[in-house]
Write a new protein. Structure first.
Length: 297
């Protein structure tokens, strides 16, 4: 049986840890050559970086990988990663913009510098890579782009104003580029993962963490990066081995005479929407738990 990504070349940002590392190792096992990106911290030797360690692990397993130490918020980072892929592997087929930094402070306690950094990494970090890869994909009339979003970018949440804003921008970039790329063989989709990682470890109980392992997300990301993917402009929620399609909704229109009644009606018609990212996650936890219980019966 041929491997899903045999002969393909994929760039993955934030691939030194957590979800990104799992993506890199999974896709390498499926035959892809990987550019493993993760920033090098001041004073670190190359061999001590997470990017090198992941790339080296892939090479030891018989796969192909090169480490990259660019900080994704740097405007030149995307161009350097694309050039590295072309120089070392001779082609580029897919990019996965996974890098992000968390936020755990309310709006009034988030400095403008902190706000800017979260957006620079979470949104512009994706933009730099996608913008650099786009001409290659247009020229080849083929490409796969996977951005990374979050339910916070759709619903918002307390203490996540900067992070939510960055992810909302990523979702709209994804949908807009999907429209632009559809006549050039380019598929652009977003993954919205729920998984245990260094970003979520302080918020998940051990029981929930055991259900939401990064390994449950990687197969969907690999499929989105493959030639078999026909989806375009989609946001796929992934967690616990289950998947959802997320999209924006509007209610049917109502009259203006009784605004209070109209508002109540609109609220009732949005029965499938969620008031916050926590509520969306809680509902998925219930579905995953119920599915696991059924499997055990």
């Amino acid at each position: 049986m041929s491997k899903l990504l045999a002969g393909r070349v994929v760039i993955i940002t934030g691939a030194g840890k957590g979800l990104g590392r799992v993506y890199a190792e999974y896709m390498a096992a499926e035959g892809a050559a990987i550019i493993v990106n993760n920033r090098r911290h001041p004073g670190q030797e190359d061999r001590n970086t997470s990017a090198f360690q992941v790339a080296e692990a892939i090479r030891r397993s018989g796969g192909s990988a090169r480490e990259n130490f660019d900080a994704v918020e740097c405007p030149e980072s995307g161009a350097r990663m694309v050039q590295q892929a072309l120089e070392h592997f001779g082609r580029l087929d897919a990019v996965i913009a996974n890098a992000a930094i968390p936020q755990a402070s309310t709006f009034s306690k988030t400095t403008l510098a902190d706000y800017r950094m979260i957006v620079e990494v979470g949104f512009f970090g994706a933009l730099h890579l996608v913008h650099a890869a786009w001409p290659i994909f247009q020229q080849n009339n083929y490409g796969r782009i996977i951005t990374t979003t979050s339910s916070a970018g759709r619903y918002g949440n307390h203490g996540l104003a900067a992070y939510s804003a960055a992810k909302a921008a990523v979702e709209m970039l994804t949908r807009s580029l999907a429209a632009e790329g559809q006549n050039h063989g380019i598929k652009v989709n977003a993954i919205s993962p729920y998984a245990y990682s260094q970003m979520t470890q302080d918020y998940l109980t051990p029981e929930i963490a055991s259900l939401f392992r990064p390994e449950h997300v990687a197969p969907m990301v690999a499929w989105l990066a493959s030639e078999h993917c026909l989806a375009n402009g989609e946001v796929i929620v992934a967690g616990g081995g289950r998947f959802r399609r997320a999209y924006s909704v509007e209610t049917s229109s109502v009259g203006e005479k009784d605004m209070a009644a109209s508002y109540r009606l609109m609220r009732e018609e949005l029965a499938s929407a969620h008031p916050s990212s926590n509520a969306a996650f809680a509902s998925l936890v219930r579905e995953v738990t119920a599915a696991k219980a059924e499997e055990g019966n």
